[in-house]
Structure formats: structure tokens, C-alpha cells
Design a protein around this ligand. Structure first.
Ligand SMILES: Cc1cc2nc3c(=O)[nH]c(=O)nc-3n(C[C@H](O)[C@H](O)[C@H](O)COP(=O)(O)OP(=O)(O)OC[C@H]3O[C@@H](n4cnc5c(N)ncnc54)[C@H](O)[C@@H]3O)c2cc1C
Length: 333
């Protein structure tokens, strides 16, 4: 076995897991495609304690340095193209017939945003077109917001956006037709309501100035909020894992997937408050579960079992009793 754990994805979830695994003396490899991450177009990561308003790449690099302070993790820039279950552990295909093996795998591949067909969007995405008020709302407080309402969740969230501004223009997709009482409430909460989505945004070097309606009217805006639909990466879609109705990977409290030995953490399991601190939290929790499953389970499948054997005196029963960790009996490995 090449590694005890392979982590696919070096975003917040994967990095947090790698740090916890390193501090648990588990040999891991962190494989990342090197493609720009989801938030790459954003000038900074906000709301991350200790790193508030830090550029995304700087944040990743800082955590990477933390991980590399220990001799247990390796980083590899490659696309994981497939995962095969072997008699013991897994084999990962990483292109050009390269393969590596690992006892357990943590999928931390994030989600892919499916941006709507809106001319000018790419130049403004992450700058003046934002996806989350908790991350970027304060920079646009009390300015003119457009809300791109192509999904029902957005129609129901006007009260939340009002926390940052009362200058809201809702652009309602025709297929999102709010019930009469909701429509009435929207009229109370919004400065104006448009009955269709904009087709184009006008901007000055990424700073939005107007949204253009299908009948070519220009609505003045400072900021547009789009909460995009998302899809799994092709790797995860091809794994035949149990998914929730909304398409997120189904995991238990310990971030175990429906496939024994395969774990998942980060945006790909969670459609809610997707952000960096949440990714850190999930990666950390998943790593702790992996360590416990290895300690309680099939040590014999690892060539390099020494670090795990050394650490069993740490008192796994104490860990076991912590309420937010699932018990070893529930382990699928
Ligand atoms: C525009 C924008 C701005 C944002 N701003 C903020 C903010 O200010 N504050 C905040 O807290 N959150 C912010 N977020 C949310 C935050 O970026 C995500 O919630 C967080 O990055 C999710 O972390 P993750 O580890 O789950 O996935 P990701 O960060 O998406 O990382 C997944 C990694 O997996 C890699 N990968 C995927 N598939 C493969 C494969 N097959 N092989 C190898 N590697 C693979 C990808 O290349 C990527 O590096 C923002 C999001 C967006 C879209």
C-alpha cells in the first residue's frame, strides 16, 4: 500500500483533513488537479477566523505549510480519474497509466458551480456578482442589490438579504412563481420586482453597473447575487455512491459514504452554508473518523502500521465516548 489515506482535493476540507491526519501520524497523499478552485475569482476569503479577507491562494498555502511541518503528507498535482476497490484498500488512477494505492480515501473534491447563461457574468463573478451574503454581503451594505431568483430557495430568502440592504431588486424567473402571500411579502421587502431574469450585465472592469432585462431595459445595480445550481465532479459522479435527492454525497455523522473505506467532506456533501470554515470543520471531523476506523479496524491492510500502533495508548475509548463521533461498531471498514 502506497499510503494509508489518499485525499482527493486540496481545498479547505482536504487540507484540514491532511493536517489532522498528519498530527495523527498517518501517511497521506493530497492529490489536487491544480485547477483554479471554486472561489478563485474572489479577491479574498471572508469570515474565516484568523484569515478574514485573505486571498484564497494565500490561505491554502498557509495551511499547506502547517501540514508540511510534519513528515506524513505528500502533495501531488494530478487529476484523479478513477478509483477502484482492491482486495485491500483502493487504487487511484491519476492519468497516463499512473496509479497509486491507499487504504482509505477522503473525497474532498468540492462542487462545480453551474453558472447561468448571463452575458458578462464571468467578468463579474466573485467580484460584484456574489454567491453568498455571509461571505461578501458587508462589502455591499446599503447598496443596490439584484437577486437572480432562478431557484425557489432564493425567493424565500429576501428577509435575509434585507439584513445587508433594503435596496433589493428581485429578478424572478418565470418558472419560479411565488404563491400569492409570498409575492405580497416580496413586494413589501423589495424596492422593485422584475418578472424575468436579466439576460446581460453591464460592468466596468468587473464592477457591475446595470442588469439588462429581456426587453432591453437597464436596471442600475451595484451588486448581483446568484446562488448557482451545482453538480458533482465527474470523478464523484462515476463512483456510484449514494447521493441525497439534491445530488450531494450521502454521509453519516463521521463522513463515511455508502462505500466502506470511502469518506467525503466539504461542499460535495453539504448544500447549506457552504464556506471555508465549514469545509475545515468537515475535513477535520472526517480525518478523525478515518483515524478511529483505522485504529479500531483493519490495521493489517497497511504496510506501514507502526505509527498507528504507537498511538493506540492515546486512549481510543475516550475518543469513542465523545458524542459527536460515531462508534466503532458503526464503522463500515
Ligand atoms: C465566488 C465564491 C466566493 C467565495 N467566497 C468565500 C469566502 O469569502 N469565504 C468563505 O468561507 N467561503 C467562500 N466561498 C465558498 C468556499 O470557497 C467553498 O465553500 C470551499 O472552498 C469549499 O471547500 P471544499 O474543500 O469542499 O472544496 P473546494 O475548495 O472546491 O476544493 C476542491 C478541490 O478538489 C480538486 N478536485 C476536484 N476534483 C478532483 C479530481 N478528480 N482530482 C484531483 N483534484 C480534484 C479541485 O481542483 C479543488 O482544488 C466562496 C465560493 C465562491 C464560488
Amino acid at each position: 500500500m502506497d499510503y494509508q489515506v489518499a485525499i482527493v482535493g486540496a481545498g479547505p476540507a482536504g487540507l484540514a483533513a491532511a493536517l489532522t491526519l498528519s498530527r495523527s501520524m498517518m501517511h497521506s497523499v493530497v492529490i489536487d488537479s491544480g485547477r483554479p478552485p471554486r472561489n478563485a475569482s474572489s479577491p479574498f476569503v471572508a469570515s474565516l477566523p484568523g484569515f478574514d479577507k485573505t486571498p484564497p491562494a494565500d490561505m491554502r498555502e498557509a495551511v499547506r505549510r502547517n501540514i508540511l511541518a510534519y513528515p506524513y503528507a505528500e502533495f501531488l498535482e494530478a487529476e484523479v480519474e478513477g478509483i477502484q476497490r482492491m482486495q485491500k484498500g483502493f487504487e487511484l488512477s491519476i492519468g497516463e497509466d499512473r496509479k497509486l494505492s491507499a487504504g482509505s480515501i477522503l473525497l474532498a473534491t468540492g462542487m462545480q458551480d453551474v453558472l447561468p447563461p448571463l452575458e458578462g457574468l464571468n467578468a463579474c463573478w466573485g467580484r460584484s456578482i456574489i454567491n453568498c451574503p455571509f461571505c461578501h454581503g458587508i462589502e455591499w451594505q446599503n447598496t443596490r442589490w439584484g437577486i437572480y431568483a432562478h431557484r425557489p430557495e432564493v425567493v424565500g430568502a429576501a428577509e435575509i438579504y434585507r439584513n445587508w440592504t433594503n435596496q433589493l431588486t428581485y429578478f424572478l424567473a418565470p418558472e419560479v412563481s411565488p404563491a400569492a402571500d409570498r409575492q405580497k411579502r416580496l413586494q413589501q421587502l423589495c424596492a422593485s420586482i422584475e418578472t424575468d431574469l436579466p439576460t446581460r450585465v453591464h460592468h466596468d472592469n468587473g464592477a457591475i453597473t446595470h442588469a439588462e432585462t429581456p426587453d432591453e431595459r437597464l436596471i442600475e445595480l451595484d451588486c448581483l447575487l446568484i446562488y448557482p445550481h451545482q453538480t458533482q465532479t465527474s470523478l464523484v459522479s462515476g463512483l456510484n455512491l449514494a447521493l441525497t435527492d439534491a445530488g450531494y454525497v450521502e454521509v453519516d455523522e463521521g463522513f463515511r459514504t455508502s462505500e466502506a473505506g470511502l469518506y467525503a467532506a466539504g461542499d460535495l456533501v453539504y448544500p447549506g452554508h457552504q464556506n471555508t470554515p465549514t469545509g475545515f470543520h468537515m475535513g477535520n471531523m472526517a480525518a478523525a473518523t478515518i483515524v478511529m476506523d483505522i485504529c479500531f479496524g483493519t490495521l493489517s491492510c497497511f504496510q506501514n502500521a507502526q505509527p498507528i500502533l504507537q498511538k493506540t495508548h492515546l486512549g481510543s475509548s475516550r475518543w469513542h465516548s465523545r458524542s459527536h463521533f460515531v462508534s466503532a461498531e458503526r464503522s463500515k471498514t
